[in-house]
Design a protein. Structure first.
Length: 339
């Protein structure tokens, strides 16, 4: 698959995956709909596909995915060209294994990862959501288009966790925090730079793509808000150090890119208050289209599109627009009623 341009999924089989003891789905080349009532495990199927294509879940840790009272889960994802990715999680050693082309890996190697556009119901509420949700959303895009991003992010988060643990202790000295400050500054500056670059790329396209959906003359942009904007590592360390008293008092790290936020601007005002429900949905669809474009440009592969119950939140015009834009992609969607 490393050499393939477009991987087309043929079949997914699950064992002990969430509520599925054993589940098999044959997938169409173009669009596959998974229909059923809420709670019947539709999203779990998309989650399994995502794990097999990206290497990790978009919503949980492995032990939570495992069907209750079972010892392992297994995912088998088969492609049309006969290749296969098998994921096995064993509760005894708490490890996940990937079997690809007769080789075993503890992590899914980059060459076997495949671009995925994931569209979740909560994405439609992104504009009014918390800074954490917005960071997670853009981090997910960045992790797919920049190979080093998720590595820097996980190192930043580990350093942040360690520093926060230290701050929970009594009489913690500045010196003890210093090595963590250096790490936070190093990774923080790199993350901030990449986030700013992504938003710049998105903004160059956002209004045009939005207009192709909404057919109006509105202007849309995203503003990336970071307290650490444009500072060097040395200044970043200084600012962490200046916050020492406050950090000790609150027992957590107050300054840094883990506090960054994104604001959507619609015709010059904050979209959260000024854009209608339909307009905010069109902004998010535009964002998804740009994400798909960026993934294609990065990988030269058409991303697989996973739509989790977003149709119920969209009117017919926007549903049609979504399917029309993704007509050249393999689309797998879940829905409560027939679409």
């Amino acid at each position: 698959m490393g050499s393939m341009t477009d991987a087309i999924i043929k079949k997914i089989t699950l064992y002990n995956f969430r509520i599925h003891e054993s589940y098999k789905l044959v997938i169409n080349k173009k669009t596959t709909s998974i229909l059923g009532e809420n709670g019947c495990g539709k999203t779990s199927v998309l989650e399994a596909i995502y794990i097999a294509m990206r290497g990790k879940s978009f919503r949980a840790v492995d032990k939570d995915i495992l069907k209750r009272t079972t010892d392992f889960y297994r995912i088998e994802l088969e492609y049309l060209n006969g290749e296969k990715t098998v994921v096995i999680y064993d509760n005894k050693d708490l490890k996940k294994k990937f079997l690809v082309q007769d080789r075993k890996y503890l992590r899914l190697p980059k060459k076997f990862r495949y671009p995925v556009v994931l569209f979740l119901p909560e994405d439609l509420h992104l504009i009014s959501s918390s800074p954490t949700s917005k960071r997670d959303y853009f981090d997910r895009i960045l992790s797919q288009i920049d190979d080093n991003y998720s590595n820097s992010l996980s190192r930043y988060n580990k350093a942040l966790k360690q520093r926060n643990e230290l701050l929970k202790q009594d009489n913690i000295s500045r010196e003890l925090l210093f090595s963590w400050d250096i790490m936070l500054a190093n990774y923080g500056v790199s993350l901030r730079k990449k986030r700013a670059q992504l938003i710049e790329i998105i903004n160059k396209r956002l209004t045009d793509v939005y207009l192709s959906i909404a057919d109006t003359n509105d202007k849309v942009e995203v503003v990336y808000k970071s307290s650490s904007s444009e500072i060097l590592e040395s200044e970043y360390v200084k600012l962490l150090n200046m916050d020492y008293e406050r950090d000790v008092a609150t027992r957590h790290t107050n300054f840094g890119v883990h506090k960054d936020d994104y604001e959507f601007i619609f015709n010059g005002s904050n979209a959260n208050g000024s854009a209608s429900r339909g307009e905010t949905r069109s902004i998010i669809i535009a964002l998804k289209f740009i994400e798909a474009e960026l993934l294609y440009e990065k990988n030269n592969k058409k991303p697989v599109v996973l739509l989790d119950d977003v149709f119920s939140e969209l009117d017919k015009t926007r549903q049609k627009c979504l399917m029309e834009n993704f007509k050249d992609n393999q689309v797998i969607l879940t829905s409560v009623e027939g679409v």
